[in-house]
Design a protein around this ligand. Structure first.
Ligand SMILES: [Cu+2]
Length: 177
């Protein structure tokens, strides 16, 4: 077996959690025009890196393949067109996401390979860092619902009131159902 085809020991980490504030009130900051450069998702050692990316609606995800072997990109989408593309080594495949949706992407050749593209129509969203931390900037004062999603733990919600100064802190624990 090629070393690059070995099943990774850990495919789920803290860093795959996505947090977002639902739009109530409607976001003051539009993300239109915010699309500047493509978001990149690589395939390294038969793992998507990173496992979760956020892309503004209308933006492009460039799927890279740094592995010395063949992968394929197979999406499970409903709002956006489904894609199923063979990807030889070294080839970059750009995909535009025009609708807000969380899209699962699998490689049919390596069944453990899974990634998520979160296409968003508002800017109040983040992927947590290695310690589970996140920051969402420039949120107008108001009451919001904070949604935290993780692919195996599901979604939990918290009501959050954001003041007009300083940082509003919130700590959320997720456990197995
Ligand atoms: Cu693959």
């Amino acid at each position: 077996m090629r070393s690059s085809a070995r099943r990774p020991a850990c495919v789920v980490g803290l860093a795959v959690i996505v947090c977002l504030l639902s739009a109530a009130p409607a976001p003051a900051a539009s993300i239109k025009g915010a699309v500047t450069k493509p978001v990149q998702m690589d395939q390294q050692g038969c793992v998507y890196a990173p496992r979760v990316v956020i892309v503004p609606v209308g933006g492009t995800v460039e799927f890279l393949n740094s592995d010395p072997l063949l992968h394929n990109l197979h999406s499970a989408s409903t709002e956006n067109p489904t894609f199923n593309r063979t990807q030889p080594k070294g080839r970059t495949i750009p995909v535009i996401f025009k609708k807000a949706e969380t899209v699962r992407v699998d490689c049919d050749l390596h069944t453990w390979m899974r990634a998520w593209v979160v296409a968003t129509d508002h800017p109040f969203i983040a992927v947590t860092g290695p310690a589970g931390e996140f920051t969402i900037d420039n949120v107008p004062p108001g009451k919001y619902t904070l949604k935290i999603w993780q692919e195996t733990l599901g979604t939990v919600s918290r009501e959050v009131t954001v003041g007009d100064k300083d940082t509003t802190g919130v700590t959320v624990e997720m456990g197995k159902k």
